[in-house]
Design a protein around this ligand. Structure first.
Ligand SMILES: [Zn+2]
Length: 261
């Protein structure tokens, strides 16, 4: 009995590996995500990503109260254009709401507003979500499950390990103008089955200077990723590697891990 248990414990990582991974996670895999729909994501970020042939996910919302100001935020035609350029458009709630404080009906309304808007513009069904302000709780995970969302991204400043992190508690690093050294050392952690995910706001971010990424710094990151031969993809493309249903079945959500920045 003891031997069988030992054998099981030895094999357990292999079993997990076989069930959760459809394909092995290559080293140097990075996911770029962009939050809040600031105008510079259309004018600066998208053309640069195209130039480098990198993928990316744009978590859009109508950031209150100034989303209608086109100097500050993208309009819906620009978001539609991101989809046409081949980028992923994903859900960040209608009003940038802290979803840990919402009832299921309120959460669904927040999600549906963005889903319907995208649907009316011919953008494919949204499958991924990012928690505004990293506000989350176990109830929010249940609501996402009921709506069939695939991945949900949080913060935490650590790498994503598909063999231990729940698909609704995906960690990421957030860039700002002060943490270049931290981000560059984060890229080193994209190995041994772990994936590095960045959360980027405006490039630059006029309305939220504490999450500002200067365009020169953003270009430096892209250049670093290119020169060092990283693979840079959207959240959606993670499905090529991860069997999300199996991951959800095998991982219990662990809220004791760091999930905000
Ligand atoms: Zn946000």
């Amino acid at each position: 009995m003891k031997n069988r248990l030992t054998l099981y414990l030895l094999l357990f990582p292999l079993i997990l590996h076989a069930q959760i991974l459809k394909n092995p996670i290559p080293d140097k895999l990075v996911v770029l995500t962009f939050d809040d729909a600031p105008a510079s994501q259309y004018s600066v970020v998208a053309p640069l990503l195209q130039e480098y042939d990198f993928g990316g996910t744009f978590f859009v919302c109508e950031f209150q109260p100034n989303y209608a100001d086109s100097a500050l935020y993208m309009n819906w035609r620009q978001i539609q254009e991101l989809d046409r350029m081949g980028f992923e458009v994903a859900n960040h709630t209608h009003t940038h709401a802290n979803v840990s404080k919402l009832s299921q009906a309120e959460f669904n309304k927040q999600l549906s507003y963005i889903e319907d808007k995208c649907d009316s513009l011919g953008i494919p069904k949204l499958t991924n979500f990012a928690y505004p302000g990293y506000g989350l709780n176990s109830q929010a995970l249940e609501f996402l499950e009921a709506k069939d969302y695939v991945f949900a991204r949080a913060g935490g400043s650590r790498a994503y390990d598909p063999l231990s992190d729940h698909p609704y508690l995906i960690p990421s690093w957030a860039t700002d103008e002060t943490n270049k050294a931290e981000i560059l050392s984060a890229f080193d952690q994209a190995k041994d089955g772990k994936i590095v995910i960045l959360t980027i706001h405006g490039v630059p971010d006029i309305e939220h200077p504490w999450v500002n990424t200067p365009p020169e710094l953003f270009k430096e990151y892209l250049e670093y990723l290119k020169v060092n031969e990283f693979t840079v993809i959207s959240m959606k493309e993670l499905e090529e590697y991860i069997d999300v249903d199996e991951a959800k079945r095998l991982h219990k959500p662990d809220f004791s891990k760091k999930l905000s920045n």
